[in-house]
Design a protein around this ligand. Structure first.
Ligand SMILES: [Zn+2]
Length: 113
């Protein structure tokens, strides 16, 4: 994946400040697309699959814990994109836990975060 494909149009300064960039600003992406993991845009109305193919409007946002919808051109917290509410709760808590850990590492002087 080249650099141009990673840059999204949507910008959320508050998300960048609070949760930071995915992969700490380094390039690279998770191996599965969000749709393959059950994520769904919370605003767009569409079936999860069409003739056995996933709708690929969602992609991993540049912000930690967010998913970007190419149709809405907006970054949504990933928990909002999970129709399964029990998984949504876990995703939310994972994001909060990750941010807390990053803050603790930062305070302890770990410069790698
Ligand atoms: Zn959407």
């Amino acid at each position: 994946m080249n650099k141009e494909e990673i840059i999204k149009e949507s910008k959320n300064k508050r998300a960048k400040k609070l949760v930071g960039l995915r992969n700490y600003g380094k390039h690279g992406q998770p191996f599965d697309f969000p749709c393959e993991l059950g994520y769904h845009c919370p605003v767009c109305k569409y079936p999860l699959t069409i003739k056995g193919n996933y709708d690929e409007r969602l992609d991993w946002s540049e912000y930690w814990g967010f998913i970007w919808c190419s149709v809405c051109n907006k970054d949504y917290p990933s928990a909002l994109c999970m129709p399964d509410k029990d998984r949504a709760i876990d995703i939310y808590l994972d994001c909060v836990e990750e941010v807390i850990l990053r803050i603790k590492k930062k305070k302890s002087g770990n410069k790698t975060i």
